[in-house]
Unconditional design. Structure first.
Length: 106
């Protein structure tokens, strides 16, 4: 019999491989698989960080909303105060004109 190889290392059956040939898709998928598992593991480890980032972003939006609400409330208070002071000034002006008119009439 003319069978290539030895008892410890039998020759591979099938066509011989040229080392310069490109890899098959199965080999590429097998080679990529550990990397994908590593990426998935890394993503799982990054989930708490992503949750914390999301939580902090939500808190920042909430703080900004509260700040805007506070500014709006302050603006309303100042507007009411301004209107009240304006009415007071108008009443004082009216009293002054009335007193002047009465002084002139006497």
């Amino acid at each position: 019999m003319s069978v290539p190889g030895t008892i410890d290392r039998p020759a591979a059956h099938g066509p011989r491989r040229d080392p310069h040939m490109t890899s098959t898709t199965e080999e590429l998928a097998a080679a990529r698989s550990p990397r994908q598992k590593l990426n998935r593991t890394r993503k799982l480890h990054l989930i708490p960080e992503a949750l914390a980032r999301s939580h902090m972003a939500e808190r920042a939006r909430e703080a900004e909303s509260q700040r805007a609400a506070g500014q709006l409330a302050l603006a309303n208070r100042l507007q009411r105060r301004s209107a009240r002071l304006q009415r007071r000034a108008e009443r004082a002006s009216h009293r002054a004109r009335r007193a002047l008119a009465q002084a002139v009439m006497q």
